[in-house]
Design a protein around this ligand. Sequence first.
Ligand code: C2E
Ligand code: MG
Ligand code: MG
Length: 742
Amino acid sequence: MAKNGFFSKIGSGSTGGSDSSDVDVNQLPIDKGDTTRRLELMDNFEQSGLIWFWATDASGKLIYLSDRAAQQVGKPIDELLGRFLSSLFTPDEDDDPDKPSRPLAFLLSARNSISELPVRVNTDASALSWSISGKPQFDEEEKFIGYRGSAKDITAERERQRDASRMAQFDSLTGLANRHRMNKRLTSILTAYKSAKRSCALMMLDLDRFKQVNDTLGHPAGDELLKQVAQRLERIIGQHGEIGRLGGDEFQVILPDVDDRGQLGDFAHRIIQMVSQPYSVAGSRAIIGTSVGIAIAPYDGVEQEELVSAADLALYSAKGGGRGQYRFYSSDLKDGAKLRKQIEEDLRDALDAGQIELHYQPIVQLETQQLSGFEALMRWNHPDRGWISPAMFIPIAEETNIINDLGEWALQQGCKDAANWPCDARVAINVSANQFSTTDLPSIVSRALSSTGLDPERLELELTESVFVADPKATQDTFTALKKLGVRLALDDFGTGYSSLGYLRNAPFDKIKIDQSFVRGATEDDNNNAAIISAIVSLAEALDMETVAEGVEALDELDLVKERGASHVQGHVFSQALSPDEVLERLNKGNIDYDPVGPAKHRSERKTVFRNIGVIHEDHRYQVMLRNLSKTGARIEGLLDVPVGTDLVLDLGDGQLVVSTVRRSKGYSQGLEFETPLISDGAEGLCTRHRISPYALAAAGMPLAALPEGSYMLVGNNRADGPKSRPRFLEVDLTKMGGRAA
Ligand code: C2E
Ligand code: MG
Ligand code: MG
């Protein structure tokens, strides 16, 4: 029987309840007064290890601890006795940092009862968790003499709990926080920041072309890719913020204390670049991209839900603008998103309703200035909205898989039209990467050829570099099968993607199409487009391929691409896309010669805008027309004779104020220089780095809310007590002057 237990010690000297020697006392019921046998019972219990006991003196130092407990801690009992109980444990933080537990020392010094308090044992051995309970003890004079208590080992249970809560809060694939945890974190950050008047940015990311990797390389490869994306994001974001995976290929980043849109735009740009570098998964090379939507609290949303939906909307708009872009939230995105949803719905029926047509843009051989073929370009004649550009609806079709039906139809229709032409001009059909990798393209092409009787030599398929995203073996097989059919292949939009020379070496292209972004503006000296065109042309010549310069509009551009050696040109300088009837009419006349028509020189697009904005001067707000807008300045119309050197504040709406100085002034028109330059909004537009803070508006008496739409400057003539001075400038309503002044 245990002789050195807690209870034996305290109980030593007390007498047993029975001393009869001829009866086996062990067989008798245990009397309450039989302290010896009751202590034996307790000792047994203590020895079982199911529970341990401890005691402290009045100062909180340990004066007793069960042997088995000391054994588990891995220290001799003598080393533990005499130490403060509170020094042996640290509070066992829940995984939830928002809910800290009360420290033991506090409970002890307040002489509170302790009930099943989870603690971590301070030990060099492996992590131990105990649950401790205890009650303060007092002598007859009500003097505190210390604690008596129990403890038990809950290590295994706590580990199970922690695992479960990890699973509930983290994504098991990437180890990043999951949607649940991100929502909780964002809510608690925003709540805390509201009172501290701090800002917080939220980025939503959605991978581009991830579905294609999943579909062609398989789900395990897709999983591997997601892991690598998570690692890259962690490397870029590091300590700056928190990253989560919300599910699928959606990620979220919380960036506390950032509201500079210039900084955020740079950051988003870096993320896009990093994610777009090639990956090596399942023995293949995979290339994806990402789109990013950005919203900032409190400007775009004060509460979690509001901010998330703003960032979502920005992401949606980034995706709609093409791939690999970022967008800031702005209030007018709501209309864009509605429009896109509507278009997505209408697109499902467009083909069956006969609203889709193919138009044909001539491709002209430069040496002879004669027609070599036509590129088929899709046109959608929407019953309410009129003509919708493929640049708008093709990306939507690609996301929703409608592209495969549209693509098959285009092949069929293009071959049919071309078979009816009275000459053997070629027809080029655009094939989406999606269609290339997820459908049996060679069979579809073969059916189109046999049902229309078109000579395969006359059919050219335009592919973009994104077809190389897929499984290289499958890609190669498709190429081989297509070449076997005898059709020609063109690499479209060359230079805009990854432009890997490796692709060109291995793929059997007959033609490279130089993207219009290199042609447009190539005649200006602020870029090296001309050198790039030369490089592409000599590469193509070395590989025995033709080159088409796309988007040639001006005569000087035509001269340049000719001089740089392009073999073909497609652009407005020769012709826009023609309807099937117009093509037939021209071909029936036997007219295949083309003369260039267009402006002599390419002129860089100056952004002309017609937008009503506010101008603030002193205590007054005026309404003016914003004309040219650039990063560093603007031209406004509508104020009479504002002296050069006057400082004005432009209110561009949505809380964007721009401090500027009048540099030129003539009649109703002023040229302004901005104090700090505007930045790109990720799309074509410009925006300010900073906006009026909703905290400042709240301080001025407005309720704390995301920035309301439009302009709302609290200046004199908006104030209840009226302006303090007279306006200095005469405001002229330009709409009544036919929109032109000065
Ligand atoms: P893309 O294949 O690069 O087609 C060339 C685009 O440049 C066409 O725009 C054409 O109208 C335009 N373009 C040609 N010359 C000039 C010029 O001198 N100046 C200007 N500003 N533009 C010029 P479009 O028709 O809007 O088509 C846009 C894109 O939509 C195409 O780019 C192609 O990627 C896609 N697309 C069009 N039709 C189809 C189709 O049937 N299937 C698929 N998958 N994609 C298509
Ligand atoms: Mg094309
Ligand atoms: Mg192109």
